[in-house]
Design a protein around this ligand. Structure first.
Ligand SMILES: NC(=O)c1ccc[n+]([C@@H]2O[C@H](COP(=O)([O-])OP(=O)(O)OC[C@H]3O[C@@H](n4cnc5c(N)ncnc54)[C@H](O)[C@@H]3O)[C@@H](O)[C@H]2O)c1
Length: 330
């Protein structure tokens, strides 16, 4: 058995850096007992082992590939390195969970998909916000049209680092925001304009402002890994209400504001007294209490519970391809 309930099955994690450490912690919290780890930099796998003594360190990637008991492999490695190692895992018939944005080229993504189909392996991409209970709440709120008609959405995702040297800030951070849009609306917007600045290194941009439009909704995504303050907000402006998801506000991460602005309809006024001034409505705000589980744990559970037929992973090849298509065009 290799389902989520089989906590004795052998699994593997490749990449023991920042995010790999968080994946390892989550796998342990989910009670997985037999986790092999491998990192090209032995110091990193050693450091992780020192934190969680039960992890099994492998010094060669081939040991993991050749272990037929290991059916599921997690990759938290740099996108520029992923194609070669993930391909190798798929060729050894492993189900693969690979962190966003996965790979750096569309051709690589297509190739991995073909191998996964041929070898009947799952290929899932780690777009963690698609398993985030706050995003799920926002999705329900939008579906019930609680904010009225949506006019505008803006994403701000900034921090000082991690600064990547193999991908741009949009590959690294806008990929999260694009995944949220794709999850909420099942479609990605058209890019109207992209403004980017390379400040630290030629050919890698550190600041990205994406201006987009999805049907009648204007959407801006603003990312930077050069900001002293960690900011992670999603703001939705509707004709009836406004919603703010502020991940850094642990007490009230979601607020729904009974606020809107509108111009009065001309027929509502005696034309003589009509002034074309916007009216601002300010009512009561609410901070809904939302029951949540850690998004990464939800995501890992989904990986194990998904299959190749009826329950394909939500963040599968097609999902990932749509995002990479936008990232490669900007
Ligand atoms: N879902 C999220 O919220 C989230 C957050 C952070 C990072 N990530 C993603 O996780 C991935 C890793 O990011 P990170 O911040 O952990 O980077 P990192 O640099 O901290 O860690 C990467 C690790 O991979 C190792 N590595 C490099 N090449 C390797 C190879 N060929 N074989 C084995 N190990 C190799 C490195 O030695 C390093 O330990 C990236 O794709 C990133 O986008 C996702």
């Amino acid at each position: 058995m290799n389902s989520f309930t089989d906590k004795n099955q052998e699994i593997a994690l490749i990449g023991c850096g920042y995010w790999g450490t968080i994946i390892a912690k989550t796998l342990i919290e989910l009670n997985f007992k037999n986790i092999s780890i491998y990192d090209a930099n032995k110091n990193n796998s050693k450091t992780l082992k020192n934190k969680y003594k039960n992890l099994i360190v492998e010094n060669k990637f081939s040991k993991i590939l050749e272990n037929d008991e290991i059916k599921n492999v997690f990759f938290a490695t740099p996108p520029s390195k992923n194609y070669k190692i993930v391909k190798n895992a798929l060729l050894h018939k492993k189900n693969v969970f690979i962190e966003k944005p996965g790979v750096t080229k569309i051709s690589e993504l297509k190739s991995l998909n073909l191998i996964s189909i041929k070898n009947k392996c799952k290929l899932m991409f780690g777009y963690v916000y698609c398993y985030n209970d706050y995003i799920e709440f926002i999705k329900k709120t939008l579906n019930k049209k609680k904010l009225g008609q949506i006019l505008y959405i803006s994403f701000h995702r900034q921090n000082l680092g991690p600064i990547r040297s193999d991908v741009n800030v949009a590959d690294d951070l806008s990929s999260h925001d694009l995944s949220i849009i794709l999850y909420l609306f099942k479609k990605l917007p058209k890019v109207l304009k992209h403004i980017k600045y390379s400040l630290l290194k030629k050919n890698i941009y550190d600041i990205s402002n994406l201006h987009m439009k999805l049907k009648n909704i204007y959407i801006d995504i603003n990312n930077s890994w050069l900001n002293p303050k960690k900011i992670r907000t999603l703001t939705i402006i509707g004709t009836k209400k406004m919603l703010l998801f502020d991940e850094m506000n642990l007490d009230e991460p979601i607020k729904i504001y009974d606020k809107y602005a509108t111009y009065p309809k001309i027929q509502d006024f005696n034309k003589k007294f009509f002034k074309s001034k916007a009216l601002i409505h300010v009512g009561k705000n609410i901070s809904p209490k939302i029951k949540t589980k850690p998004a990464l744990a939800n995501e890992i559970k989904h990986f194990f519970n998904s299959d190749l037929t009826k329950n394909k992973p939500i963040t599968n090849y097609k999902f990932s391809l749509k995002i990479l298509n936008v990232l490669k065009r900007i």
